[in-house]
Unconditional design. Structure first.
Length: 185
């Protein structure tokens, strides 16, 4: 990726994190990130292509970070706690954008492409691999991974709505206790 394209992408991400996607046109985006619509067209193509690039960049970065956390820890619960801390801190910045784009994916809007599949499968795959360290059944590890991702996203959603991150932290602790009991039974 060219430096110019990367710089535009970084500014587009910052804009969308701050303002959301809504019905922002390329012209509006360009004016707000200090470029022209022509430059966005040149580097990305359409509005949908800009949004796809934004989604891809965010998902790639998050997936790489989560995978690194799970590779670092032999205990998936330690890794899960660290992953939560990361999601919790990043969620305050990109969380609203994540949930907005997730709702776009639920509606199968053109700019979301494979977003639903990427978000679900990448996150669940990282957790499933971690659970295989403590359970010997691949199907069970996938179920536990899906449950863990769903609970984490739900807790983040609630925390972003009511700003009670302490309550979400406490709920995560309770969930990890339940999950530990489930894995060790």
């Amino acid at each position: 990726m060219s430096r110019a394209r990367q710089a535009l992408l970084d500014r587009a991400i910052d804009y969308y994190v701050t303002h959301g996607v809504r019905d922002t046109s390329l012209r509006t985006l360009a004016a707000n990130i200090g470029t022209s619509q022509r430059m966005l067209n040149y580097h990305f193509g359409s509005r949908e292509d800009v949004l796809n690039a934004v989604i891809e960049a965010i998902v790639k970065a998050d997936t790489a970070t989560v995978q690194a956390i799970f590779e670092k820890h032999s205990d998936p619960f330690e890794a899960g706690r660290e992953a939560w801390e990361l999601v919790r801190s990043q969620g305050q910045g990109v969380g609203a954008l994540f949930f907005e784009l997730s709702s776009h994916a639920m509606r199968e809007l053109p700019h979301t492409g494979q977003l639903a599949q990427v978000l679900t499968h990448h996150s669940e795959a990282a957790f499933a691999a971690a659970f295989l360290k403590v359970v010997d059944d691949a199907e069970r590890s996938r179920r536990l991974a899906r449950l863990t991702v769903a609970v984490g996203r739900g807790l983040l959603f609630e925390a972003l709505l009511d700003r009670d991150f302490a309550a979400s932290d406490a709920a995560l602790d309770a969930f990890l206790g339940l999950l530990t009991a489930e894995v060790t039974r």
